[in-house]
Design a protein around this ligand. Sequence first.
Ligand code: NAD
Ligand code: MG
Length: 391
Amino acid sequence: MRRISVFGATGSIGRNTLDLVARAPRGSYDVVALTGGANIARLAADARRFNAEIAVTAYPEKLDALRDALAGSGVEAAAGPEALREAAARPADWVMSAIVGAAGLEPGLEAAKTGATLALANKESLVCAGPLLIETARAAGSTILPVDSEHSAVFQALVGEDVARVERLIITASGGAFRDWPLEKLATATVAQASSHPNWDMGQRITIDSASMFNKALELIEAKEFFGIAPEKIEALVHPESLVHALVGFCDGGLMAHVGPPDMRHAIGYALHWPDRGPVPVERLDLAAIGRFTFRAPEAARYPALALARRVMEQGGLSGAVFNAAKEEALTAFIENRIGFLQMAEVVERVLDAVSAREDLENAVISLDNVRAADHLARQTAAETIARAVA
Ligand code: NAD
Ligand code: MG
């Protein structure tokens, strides 16, 4: 029986993870911790269904509601960031890190310290603190398995290979909701329009990040951090069908592509069964019916986020933490209708200009304290930039 925990259990990745756990033969998994946010009914229902040891909501003001919902179940209830850290420190064999945003970093670090296998959907952890997370995991003997579909694809293409023989990594992108919009219309894009993805069913924030390409920007940085590959070898390619998830090019000119349906249960299932492979209930592709795969280069003018990612990959240090925090604030401001769609990239660029070039940050080591400080400063600067943009 494998002991598992799911951080962000009520979200899109979390629910897909629990779907696979529920389908496994009885007695395969023993659920330690499940965590969520404001959706107490779902968190409590899943904690009961899987007989979890503990359920944690991110929000202290929801603790009473969670206790009530769990009354008589024997499941412990807890709330807040400290409770999330404590739950992550509980011994488990496998931990899914699927909280959205920088809030996922600390639970992931705690889980890595226990030596658990860390299934990492929270790409922000690698963007903000890649070297710290990787070194923490290495020191504790914890294996990190990427759950982002593109990175799972690269990971699978690299089994048995020497990373030193990799010439290029191609991360595909659907192009998002506005890939075919006329450029001049982008400024008018609404939250509702940006929240609908052509191929993938995901949480709202990552769906909007797909429309703006900030998701791919995060993924380029994530690939550099996770695989330790030089920025100039990593590229993004628009592939509207979302069936080829990534390609790895080797020094002999060969390209290994990973092909599969746009269903996150593949990448989650790969991480769940690793190092073995096990059955995953995703659609089997009928390639003759599909007929063709198409690719095109991403247009720089449509997707300014990609150039910002390149700058962060080259700069390194704490610029990833600054980039991510600025992006999170700009995204929240867009969702709250305080700024327009194109202003998100403008805000992030201004914050990078103002914050990431500061000498104290540029030369700082990537410790948790320094990441927190860079994150805080970037959010403050983003808030000021957004306030000026609105005024
Ligand atoms: P989601 O919004 O559907 O779910 C997020 C989860 O995090 C929920 O359980 C929510 O309650 C919890 N949460 C939100 N804010 C929190 C906070 N401050 N503290 C603690 N918990 C909090 O998001 P998602 O789409 O499942 O994405 C989760 C992560 O996986 C993200 O990092 C995303 O980039 C990554 N990812 C998602 C997909 C996908 O298909 N959805 C694909 C690849 C990578
Ligand atoms: Mg992805």
